[in-house]
Design a protein around this ligand. Structure first.
Ligand SMILES: C[S@@+](CC[C@H](N)C(=O)[O-])C[C@H]1O[C@@H](n2cnc3c(N)ncnc32)[C@H](O)[C@@H]1O
Length: 312
């Protein structure tokens, strides 16, 4: 079942104003300093699913493309699963999965995720665990653990504890996504440093294991975007007219095994001028600007197809 169809199904019985009011209340609470994260009722869960899932699924799918093409995970863990966005993304991306576990503290959100994921995939081993991530322990190593838009809701010490537990379990890949804000970027930098100290490797977005050249920049922070179409349901929450939206996110993909890369990552929107294009890249721990003129015909033809977030 496609996400849009499922969303229409779970929203049945609610009026547009019930849903938009609930989403506004939820996002208003999240904008307060020292907010207490979490859903307060069923309608907030449904409104979150409709307003945010298309974007969080798009960001997850975008980052899964950074995993090696030869990687075929069989065991996947979706931590802070919410209404199932990361699980949906991972099931759409990989056909190799045999066991998928979703861990979520909110019973209403988990029930929503269960409905969606069971509909989508009933021939694999599915586990739905209602638990606080800090208390969750899985002693088996897993192929891929995803924490999508959840760690940013937790204090720094808890973020670290959860990532350290996953590394102690020898998880093969750990994918962390957060909103594309400077605060979340700084939180990821701390986790990045800890992971490297423990002996894990950064598979993406950094094409190197050195210090981040944006760590101390005053205006720049490493973040990316996923463009997604806005459906009618989606537009309802956004009070927007455009038929697409750009989801800004930060992410970190950690690998237990060493990564070898000599590529550069495009870290901003490329600028296309009349005779040339400019690409801001992170290369070997340094920020560089690469200029490619039209006269370098074959190189230019390849380069203009590249976007923010791609490997150069
Ligand atoms: C913003 S939602 C993200 C949901 C989903 N991963 C996504 O990408 O759309 C954050 C989710 O994390 C859950 N969460 C927050 N702190 C948690 C904790 N300590 N243990 C378990 N779940 C938690 C919340 O209940 C909520 O469902």
């Amino acid at each position: 079942m496609m996400l849009e169809q499922w969303l229409q199904q779970i929203l049945e019985g609610y009026t547009e104003s019930e849903l938009t009011d609930a989403y506004q209340q939820l996002s208003h609470r999240y904008r307060q300093p020292n907010y207490k994260p979490g859903f307060q009722n069923e309608v907030e869960v449904k409104a979150y699913a409709a307003a945010r899932m298309p974007a969080t699924v798009a960001a997850v799918v975008r980052t899964l493309k950074e995993l090696p093409h030869t990687f075929s995970p069989t065991t996947v863990l979706d931590l802070g699963a919410g209404t199932g966005a990361a699980s949906l993304g991972v099931l759409q991306h990989f056909s190799s999965i045999k066991s998928l576990t979703l861990v979520e503290q909110d019973g209403r959100a988990l029930a929503c995720a269960k409905e969606l994921i069971q509909f989508l995939k009933e021939d694999i081993q599915l586990k739905f665990t209602q638990q606080n991530l800090c208390d969750y322990a899985d002693d088996k190593p897993i192929d891929l653990a995803i924490l999508s838009y959840v760690l940013n809701e937790l204090p720094s010490a808890e973020q670290q504890e959860i990532i350290e537990k996953l590394m102690a379990n020898q998880s093969r890949y750990i994918l962390i996504l957060m909103p594309g804000t400077p605060v979340c970027f700084q939180q990821l930098l701390i986790l990045r440093k800890i992971a490297i100290e423990v002996g894990y490797f950064v598979a993406a977005p950094c094409p190197h294991q050195q210090a981040c050249p944006m760590a101390t920049a005053s205006t720049d922070w490493c973040h990316f975007k996923a463009r997604l179409p806005r459906t009618r349901t989606h537009r309802l929450f956004k009070e927007a007219t455009l038929n697409f939206e750009d989801e800004k996110f930060c992410y970190l993909l950690l690998s237990k095994d060493a990564i070898s890369t000599n590529a550069a990552r495009i870290v901003k929107n490329p600028l296309h001028r009349s005779g040339h294009s400019l690409f801001d890249v992170c290369d070997n721990g340094e920020l560089k600007r690469i200029i490619i003129g039209r006269k370098h015909k074959s190189l230019y033809k390849k380069a203009v197809k590249l976007s923010w977030g791609d490997i150069f």
